[in-house]
Design a protein around this ligand. Structure first.
Ligand SMILES: Cc1cc2nc3c(=O)[nH]c(=O)nc-3n(C[C@H](O)[C@H](O)[C@H](O)COP(=O)(O)O)c2cc1C
Length: 180
């Protein structure tokens, strides 16, 4: 059993993150979900708690741990950090090391030797924007691995690179990263 920390960004593909959490939990992993405040407008923390059996968090000012420092305790405890879906905005803040919320802080506190995966999801024009390309390269250099995105239909009605990988693909990437 591994401990998977999943950071959920605000994307139309958030529903796929629920399926990823459900599958990883059924496979025997302990899954802790942390949503950005914008993600929590698209899908509730309670939905993630319901499929993982672990209280999902969003607000670092309402901590789960008695110490109050969830960003440190979660980062220490987890074997793998999965950011899924990773919006363009979230890629930008992670690339710049912004610690403006629980997810940003724990991404900085997450040990360099442990696997960290990004699962981007966005409109194809956004994905190809030079600013996003720069942020992705920075993140790769910082030790993040990417899962997708795929080429295909996106929620905005366009087709191209930016579609979030399917939950089975994400779970396979998590399994492979944990096995390494
Ligand atoms: C309904 C809806 C769907 C969205 N889907 C995406 C998306 O798939 N990818 C993306 O990069 N931004 C998307 N956005 C914009 C982001 O939610 C916005 O940039 C947000 O500030 C990102 O927040 P985060 O950093 O917490 O992920 C969407 C916005 C809305 C309202």
């Amino acid at each position: 059993m591994s401990r998977v920390l999943i950071g959920v960004g605000a994307s139309a593909a958030c529903f796929k993150a629920v399926a990823v959490c459900s599958a990883l939990t059924k496979a025997g992993h302990e899954v802790q979900a942390v949503l950005t405040r914008h993600a929590a407008k698209l899908v509730t923390p309670l939905q993630f708690s319901a499929v993982t059996g672990v209280k999902a968090l969003c607000d670092e000012w309402e901590p789960a741990n008695p110490s109050g420092m969830d960003h440190i305790s979660f980062a220490r405890a987890a074997d793998l950090l999965l950011v899924c879906p990773a919006s363009a905005g979230l890629l930008g803040s992670l690339a710049h090391g912004l610690a403006g919320d629980l997810l940003g802080s724990l991404a900085l506190a997450f040990g360099a030797g442990k696997p960290r995966l990004l699962v981007p999801a966005m409109n194809p024009t956004m994905w190809e924007h030079p600013a996003v390309r720069r942020n992705v390269e920075t993140l790769r250099g910082d030790g993040w691995s990417l899962v997708g995105p795929e080429d295909g239909a996106t929620a905005c009605g366009e087709s191209g690179p930016g579609r979030m990988s399917e939950p089975e693909t994400v779970c396979a990437a998590v399994r492979a990263a944990l096995a390494r």
